[in-house]
Write a protein that binds this ligand. Structure first.
Ligand code: ZN
Ligand code: ZN
Length: 267
C-alpha cells in the first residue's frame, strides 16, 4: 500500500508526506517546522517517522524549512544540484545533501518506496516532480509548479493510482484580477503555473484504469477558488467517464490520506 497526504498546498507553503510500508518521506518543506510537525501529528505521524525530504525546486514556498529539517532533524535532503545550490541550505558539512538528476530512481526503506525524478517546465533553476511507487508497483504522482504539462511529465505520471496535480488559477480570473502585468505574464507563461483548464485538459492523458483519486494542488488565493477547480476537473473527469474521487488541497489544514490499493484488495 502507498498513500499520500497533503499537509499544506498553495503559494503560502507546500508540504506533503508519502508513505509506503514502514517508510515515509516529505515532499517539499514550505510550511514552518512547527506546522509540519503539528499537521503530521493530525495524520498520526511525527517527524521521527520521516526518513528523507525531497525538494521539487528552490522557491521559498517549497523549501522554507528545509535547512532546519536538515540540521536540527538530520533529515537527508534530496533535490537536483540546481535546487540544492539555490535553496539556501547549510553546506554539505552541516547537512546531508543528496543530489538527484532527471531520470534517476531513488529507493528508500529497502524497496518499500521507489521515487522517480522528472524535470518540470517552471522558472526555477532545475525543477522536478516525483512519482512514487510501493514494492507492488502501485503509484502516487505529484506535480505542481509547471507552466504546461510537458510530454515527460505526462509520461511520468500517466496512470498513477493517486494523482496530485497543480490547478493554480482560473485564466479569466487571473487576467481580470489585480496582479501586476509582469506577474500575470509570468504565471501564464510556459514555465509558470498550471491553470484549471490546462490541468483539466491533461486528465485525458493522465487518468488510467487504475487511477482512484485526483487532488487539485497549489490553488491561488487571488486567482482561483476550490469551487472553480472542482468544476473544471470534475467536468473533465465526467467527460472521460472515469470513476475517480476528486478533492482539492488547501493551505491551512492537511488533507486525509489518499491511498493506492491493489484492485479489490484491502491492503
Ligand atoms: Zn510553488
Ligand atoms: Zn515555484
Amino acid at each position: 500500500m502507498i498513500e499520500v497526504a497533503f499537509l499544506g498546498s498553495g503559494s503560502t507553503g507546500n508540504c506533503a508526506v508519502v508513505r509506503a510500508g514502514r517508510t515515509a518521506v516529505l515532499l517539499d518543506a514550505g510550511l514552518s517546522p512547527r506546522q509540519i510537525a503539528a499537521r503530521l501529528g493530525k495524520l498520526g505521524m511525527s517527524l521521527d517517522d520521516v526518513s528523507a525530504l525531497l525538494l521539487t525546486h528552490e522557491h521559498s514556498d517549497h523549501v522554507a524549512s528545509a535547512g532546519v529539517l536538515a540540521t536540527k532533524r538530520g533529515l537527508p535532503v534530496y533535490g537536483t544540484r540546481g535546487t540544492l545550490a539555490k535553496a539556501r541550505l547549510p553546506g554539505p558539512l552541516f547537512a546531508d545533501l543528496r543530489p538527484v538528476a532527471c531520470g534517476d530512481e531513488v529507493v528508500f526503506g529497502n524497496g518499500d518506496l521507489t521515487v522517480r525524478v522528472t524535470g518540470t517546465p517552471h522558472d526555477g533553476v532545475e525543477p522536478v516532480c516525483y512519482a512514487f511507487a510501493d514494492a507492488a508497483g502501485r503509484r502516487v504522482g505529484v506535480v505542481t509548479d509547471l507552466g504546461h504539462l510537458s510530454k515527460k511529465v505526462l509520461g511520468a505520471l500517466a496512470g498513477c493510482e493517486v494523482l496530485g496535480l497543480e490547478a493554480n488559477h482560473d485564466v479569466d480570473v487571473l487576467r481580470e484580477g489585480a496582479y501586476p502585468a509582469f506577474l500575470k505574464k509570468r504565471i501564464l507563461s510556459d514555465v509558470g503555473h498550471l491553470s484549471n483548464a490546462a490541468a483539466a485538459a491533461g486528465l485525458g492523458r493522465l487518468l488510467g484504469e487504475r487511477t482512484r483519486a485526483v487532488v487539485g494542488l497549489h490553488l491561488s488565493k487571488s486567482n482561483n477558488t476550490p469551487a472553480l477547480t472542482q468544476r473544471a476537473l470534475g467536468e473533465a473527469i465526467e467527460r472521460l467517464g472515469a470513476k475517480v474521487a476528486l478533492e482539492v488541497a488547501g493551505p491551512d489544514a492537511p488533507t486525509g490520506w489518499f491511498r493506492a490499493r491493489s484492485a479489490g484488495g484491502n491492503g
